[in-house]
Design a protein. Structure first.
Lengths: 73, 314
């Protein structure tokens, strides 16, 4: 009887591990694609983001566009 | 990851600038050459196009209004681009607004401006005649008229500097030129993804409103959120060609994306003195342009060549 219970517990342990691994895998971010065209996310006045297309990633920008500022002193 | 980005910041054209190149991990020996070529081209453009340098080609052209003046090929080219943009925008962008801009008080570099009030631009009219003789490398502006390239010069120069960098190093993996927020870019990024350009939030200094990603082209922003002057900083540098005075209508700022950086800046300048409905009508005619229009009062709007984004927002 003890052997039966040990088998049941082992099976459930394996199932639990597989489930955790599957769940973790599902949370992983999708890889970036260089082929995706222009992406845009706009932030509303209240600070809430207005999602106009899906953003690829949150890595830093290479440049910033703005009304030309005066140069720093 | 295919390499790293080498950036060289510098000051030119009255603002903060930089040139940058993508260098593969194993290479990089020609990066300095390309960066130097980009910087040199920006300096050459400033010498030809600045209205604050009395010896520039543009200043000589304006000083001799009514007469043909032999000028640098850069000025001939940018004048041609400016005249084309004036036609495309129905005069909302006009390179001959200089007398009105000076009357408004923007008659010296921004650092030197004071609190003098604006005065009427008497005798000024929009769409003054500008003639180009590319074959002989000369130009002529109508008697009494004067040209300002502030609404196209940096974008045009950014594209030109990018070209100079590729000319110096034909195998250049990727490059970016940023002239005070007017950006030209091409080729590969260090991480192999698209170029990412943040749009500064004109309503919240220091914050980012949006992130644009694309493979090549230009992006420019025009607005009344900066470069204010006069009594209580009540004036701004965006002249409405229809009135000859600082524009009353128009957004707080507008960002335009275009294949050609000069087009991006010229059309941004035109949209900066246009209401939202007018901006929408304008961009319907130019499917290769996209814009992010930030009204003075209201939510930002993506218009033009960004239809999928609006669908996604619904």
């Amino acid at each position: 009887m003890r052997r039966v219970w040990a088998t049941v517990v082992s099976v459930w342990a394996v199932v639990a591990i597989v489930a955790v691994l599957a769940w973790t895998k599902a949370q992983a971010p999708a890889p970036l694609s260089g082929a995706t065209p222009t992406v845009l996310v706009v932030k509303g006045k209240n600070g809430k983001q207005q999602r106009l297309v899906v953003v690829q990633g949150t890595a830093g920008a290479h440049a910033t566009t703005q009304t030309s500022p005066a140069p720093p002193a | 990851m295919i390499g790293r980005l080498i950036e060289r910041p510098f000051r030119a054209m009255g603002t903060s600038c930089s040139v940058a190149v993508t260098v593969r991990a194993a290479g990089g020996s020609r990066a300095d050459q390309a960066l130097a070529a980009g910087r040199a081209e920006v300096d050459a453009c400033e010498r030809a196009l600045s209205r604050f340098d009395s010896e520039s080609d543009l200043s000589r052209l304006n000083a001799a209004s009514g007469s043909w003046v032999k000028v640098d090929a850069r000025l001939v080219d940018v004048l041609a681009a400016a005249l084309r943009a004036r036609e495309e925008t129905g005069g909302r962008f006009d390179p001959t607004i200089l007398p009105a801009l000076v009357a408004a008080g923007y008659d010296r570099t921004f650092d030197e401006l004071d609190e003098r009030p604006a005065r009427p631009a008497t005798g000024w009219r929009a769409a003054a005649e500008v003639e180009i003789d590319a074959e002989r490398g000369r130009a002529r502006v109508e008697q009494g008229a004067a040209v300002d390239l502030g609404g196209i010069g940096k974008g045009w120069s950014a594209g030109r500097a990018l070209f100079a960098m590729y000319w110096a190093w034909p195998g250049l993996p990727g490059a970016l030129v940023d002239l005070g927020g007017d950006v030209a870019l091409a080729g590969a990024t260090p991480d192999g993804g698209p170029w990412r350009v943040a749009v500064a939030d004109p309503r919240a200094p220091g914050e980012t409103l949006a992130t644009l990603t694309f493979d090549a082209g230009g992006v420019a922003t025009s607005g009344r959120d900066r470069r204010r002057f006069g009594p209580n900083r009540s004036l701004h540098h965006l002249i409405d060609p229809a009135t000859g005075e600082p524009a009353l209508a128009g957004p707080l700022a507008v960002t335009v994306v275009a294949p050609d950086p000069a087009d991006a800046e010229a059309h941004a300048t035109a949209l900066a003195v246009s209401g939202l409905a007018e901006a929408r009508r304008h961009l319907e005619r130019f499917p290769h342009l996209g814009a992010l229009y930030v009204p003075a009062d209201g939510e930002p709007v993506a218009i033009g060549a960004l239809p999928l984004r609006e669908e996604a927002a619904a």
